[in-house]
Design a protein around this ligand. Structure first.
Ligand SMILES: Cc1ncc(COP(=O)(O)O)c(C=O)c1O
Length: 448
């Protein structure tokens, strides 16, 4: 066993960490084990996981069935090259065909959400090339991944650091369906969803748009649930102009919002859907790019010019059918429905108690609590520019204090992402909310 202090040093002295200056990668929490909705440090202190790690451990920690499926596969056949097939691959496809929307029956497997989106980009570009369409409409409030293509599609400050080198031609940004701070200065429903209508205008004016590429419920950048007309209208606009409609369900998929995929809330069928994170409950790294068979037909003769050494890695894909079965059992218990309702109500009640909360919004186990200095003016404590300038952020400070008190919550520049595992109980929700409430008092004192 490596002693904890040495383990920390090895990792922090010799690895880069994610999205932070090296000096900010000093004292990560050392996690020794995890079970259900909790994880434990090496001293045995428990932490309630209110964000499913990175909104991916949807089935909670320590799930024996999924661990068993991976172990069994490791013993039977750990790896074969993408040019071979095996039972684990067949089982993964069979399980996916049972749950994914009927039209989406062609899959490409990778090992992350980023890669799932890169594959989608290649497919879009190749498929639309004969029509000389290549532009992609994304939105400012978005994150689609860390590599050149997917970061170019991203609206959040992580793209700013990557520019100008990591840029692909043709990405344009549409206004967000962010009603709390409408970028068009309008109010729903009187707005007649001009944010969607503007996409129609963009496509007409640009002339060569290949795809609309969006998170149906925006994840890290604010858990933005669009008005009910928004996605059906975007689908219509895409059809009217012969543009592909692509949904990134990397975070919003796998029952995070209460339905298997977020698009299911509005009955919208995409041409391409990308998934990752929850598709194995984060027990193994998987990215999935699902397309219609209409798109597949195009590649019968054209080279599908994409691939990885670990495309359909047997160990990884073995986790997919196991996770799908576990989701089925868990949903059937009714617990996720009850706990998510309880969580939503609890957060709304928090808003009544705290002046520092400007907005609470979400669906299922997927909520944002947005902070304000002043409810009337909606002035935020911190902005996107503060994040990009690496300024200390109030939301981060509060999240650190919550962690100290035994609650893990992801903070982004002016809001919290509350997304516990689907196994969380109503009692655990109450325990988490109690700590959340205590700590928000610090921010209340800073309001006008
Ligand atoms: C919506 C969305 N797309 C893509 C990604 C990238 O996924 P990964 O971090 O697995 O590469 C993320 C990650 O948080 C995400 O939230």
């Amino acid at each position: 066993m490596i002693e904890t202090k040495r383990s920390l040093e090895l990792v922090t002295d010799h690895t880069y960490g994610n999205w932070k200056p090296r000096k900010g990668w000093k004292k990560p929490l050392f996690i020794a084990k995890a079970e259900g909705a909790r994880f434990f440090d090496d001293g045995g202190k428990a932490y309630l996981d209110f964000s499913s790690q990175l909104m991916c451990s949807n089935l909670g920690h320590g799930n024996k069935a999924i661990i068993g499926a991976i172990r069994e596969q490791a013993e039977r056949l750990a790896y074969v090259a993408p040019s071979f097939t095996c039972e684990a691959k067949a089982r993964a496809v069979e399980a996916l065909l049972e749950v994914t929307p009927q039209e989406l029956d062609q899959f490409f497997f990778s090992t992350s959400g980023t890669e799932a989106n890169e594959a989608a980009l290649k497919i879009i570009h190749q498929y639309m090339e004969p029509q000389r369409k290549y532009k992609i409409i994304s939105r400012y409030r978005s994150y689609h991944g860390s590599t050149s293509g997917s970061i170019a599609l991203t609206g959040d400050p992580r793209r700013w650091f990557a520019e100008p080198v990591n840029k692909i031609p043709g990405v344009i940004f549409a206004p967000d369906a962010y009603c709390y701070r409408c970028p068009l200065g309008l109010e729903y429903p009187g707005c007649n969803i001009q944010c969607a209508e503007y996409v129609d205008y963009m496509i007409k004016e640009e002339g060569n748009v290949a795809a609309i590429f969006i998170e149906p419920v925006v994840g890290t950048n604010g858990i933005i649930v669009p008005p009910k007309e928004y996605l059906p209208r975007l689908r219509e606009i895409a059809d009217e102009h012969g543009v592909l409609f692509v949904v990134d369900e990397v975070m919003s998929g796998w029952y995070r919002t209460g339905e298997l995929f977020a698009v299911d809330h509005w009955g919208v069928q995409p041409d391409i859907l990308t998934a990752a994170k929850g598709c194995t409950g984060a027990y193994a790294p998987v990215g999935i790019t699902a397309t219609t068979s209409r798109i597949r037909e195009f590649f019968e003769e054209q080279c599908f010019s994409h691939g990885h050494t670990y495309t359909m890695h047997p160990l990884v894909v073995a986790a997919i059918p196991a996770a799908i079965a576990e989701y089925g059992k868990l949903i059937a218990t009714g617990l996720p429905r009850r706990a998510s309702r309880h969580l939503g109500q609890g957060l709304q009640q928090s808003m009544e108690r705290h002046k520092c909360i400007g907005d609470v919004r979400g669906l299922g186990h997927f909520w944002a609590v947005e902070l304000v200095k002043n409810r009337e003016t909606k002035e935020p404590f911190n902005t996107k520019a503060d994040k990009a300038a690496l300024k200390p952020l109030l939301a981060d400070k509060l999240a650190a204090e919550m962690l100290r008190r035994g609650l893990y919550v992801v903070s982004w520049y002016n809001h919290f992402v509350i997304a516990p595992p689907l196994v969380i109980t109503e009692e655990e929700v109450d325990q988490g909310l109690a700590i959340f409430d205590e700590v928000l008092e610090i921010a209340d004192k800073r309001t006008d």
